[in-house]
Write a protein that binds this ligand. Structure first.
Ligand SMILES: [Zn+2]
Length: 481
């Protein structure tokens, strides 16, 4: 079983998805060249030319310092050999890790790349999501400053995150992870041998990041029903297709790292990036589970701990949020809710947010950043009170639709088990403690403007302490089952 829409099919792919409801008008083939092929690495010189890079101008090859091996050869050396043999003038940029030993997407790294761009130069990112995001955003900012857009090609070295087809860049701003508007690559190259030889934990993370859909789809629909997001469309759901069925069917091929398995996963990941970019928001693939993960990243960043594999952390947060959905769908009765108590005063929320994030960033910067974003949500929530009131009548149909968009933790665990993924927070690197994950689960709603199930639980005065105990205990039992 393959994805319904094949982003490797060129013009036919774009023509097919342009017909889906919710496809933005006027955006014709935003990434004209996308390859998922065996030995695609050898096509890089041609792809650079097709992407309108100029061979008489410098080609900046952006990488981190992680050694990568492809079929027994060093990948980065191979890429540079292939390009220089074809006459490209390479300038390599190696991004420096920070104190945690990792490279993170932040303004200092983006500046390093941006400063190296000369008129006419083109860019090739050889790496995973972070390297791609840094390069992409440097190219974007350069264009904003100079008015000329450098040609930018992404060579994806792992099936890890959906950065490669995204026109957004998740970036640390004042210690808080924010998604900034950015740009598409002119071409994406997925070399199946490179993807097969990537560390398997990155492949597992790529699956995990997409499982978020089973929380983010219902979250987006919920926000739409409550009047909190007028931009809602079903485009992302239609584009992704029966994601869980494709995963279950392809799990062995992904686990065996067969060329077919690598291509299917790379295509799903590409679709995930496009689902967000063409919806002009990360909302379709980033709900409560991603905010939980962002808070965990924030905790790690302030404690100078390395970040866990994004998608794996997201998958585990998805299990918790999906279980919260099960409780919500089974127990929520809008007729029992005291509406007047669902609209907290701004001053009390401001205090709560400053206090909460002050515990991890005593400078107060993170708290102020979160409150600035949160208050927009609180205002909108107040304005849309009639929508919450009308949920009283509409609940049976809204409930049924939410239920069709989510999955039980057992169903999601079946996919994670089939690909031999971590099933619990103590199995990821570095491990996350219950105290940290509880903090993230409880406080994620306070972090940003987007409404998720986490917000509705908070606004409706759900007994979240009890809920936490229930879902944490269940997650521990299920992981061991
Ligand atoms: Zn993600």
């Amino acid at each position: 079983m393959k994805p319904i829409y094949d982003p490797g099919a060129g013009a036919a792919f774009w023509a097919a998805i342009e017909k889906l409801p919710g496809y933005p008008s006027g955006e014709h083939m935003p990434i004209p060249i996308i390859l998922f092929e065996s030995n695609a690495v050898y096509k890089l010189p041609d792809v650079m030319t097709q992407a309108k890079a100029q061979r008489d101008k410098p080609l900046l090859v952006v990488m981190d310092k992680t050694p990568m091996v492809r079929q027994g050869k060093y990948l980065k050396q191979l890429v540079m050999e292939i390009l220089s043999k074809a006459g490209w003038q390479i300038q390599s940029i190696f991004l420096e890790p920070d104190g945690t030993g990792q490279v993170h997407t932040d303004m200092p790294h983006i500046e390093v790349v941006k400063k190296m761009i000369q008129p006419g130069a083109s860019l090739l990112a050889v790496g995973s999501g972070t390297v791609c995001d840094i390069t992409k955003h440097a190219a974007y900012l350069y264009e904003k400053e100079t008015g000329s857009a450098p040609s930018f090609v992404a060579f994806q070295t792992a099936n890890s995150v959906s950065a490669f087809t995204s026109n957004m860049a998740p970036t640390f701003v004042d210690g808080v992870k924010r998604t900034l508007p950015s740009r598409y690559p002119n071409a994406l190259v997925c070399d199946l041998e490179t993807l097969a030889d990537a560390p398997y934990d990155m492949t597992v993370a790529g699956v995990g990041d997409l499982l978020a859909a089973f929380v983010s789809f219902p979250d987006w629909y919920l926000a739409h029903e409550l009047g909190m997001d007028p931009a809602y469309s079903e485009f992302a759901q239609l584009l992704m297709g029966p994601l869980d069925e494709v995963f279950l069917d392809s799990a062995k091929k992904i686990h065996d790292r067969s060329p077919e398995g690598m291509a299917i996963l790379a295509k799903l990941i590409a679709l995930g990036g496009l689902a967000m970019s063409l919806s002009h928001a990360t909302t379709p693939m980033s709900g409560y589970e991603h905010v939980i993960s962002h808070v965990l990243d924030m905790l790690a960043e302030t404690e100078a701990r390395p970040l866990a594999q994004h998608g794996t952390q997201v998958a585990l947060a998805t299990l918790l949020a999906a279980d919260a959905y099960q409780h919500f769908l089974n127990e929520f009765d809008p007729l029992e809710v005291n509406l007047d108590s669902c609209y907290p005063k701004p001053a009390s929320m401001e205090k709560l947010i400053l206090n909460t994030f002050g515990t991890i960033d005593p400078s107060g910067g993170a708290g102020r950043e979160c409150w600035a974003d949160y208050r927009l949500k609180l205002d909108l929530w107040n304005e849309n009170r009639p929508r919450f009131e009308s949920l009283r009548q509409d609940w049976p149909s809204v409930r049924a639709h939410l239920s069709s968009l989510t999955r039980t933790p057992e169903q999601l665990l079946e996919i994670l088990r089939a690909i031999d993924a971590p099933l619990n927070f103590d199995q990821i690197v570095p491990p996350v403690s219950e105290v940290q994950i509880r903090f993230a689960f409880m406080n994620a709603p306070l972090m940003r403007r987007r409404l998720t199930l986490g917000d509705l639980l908070l606004f409706s005065n759900w007994d979240r302490d009890r809920l936490w105990q229930q879902i944490w205990a269940r997650s521990q039992t299920l992981a061991k089952a």
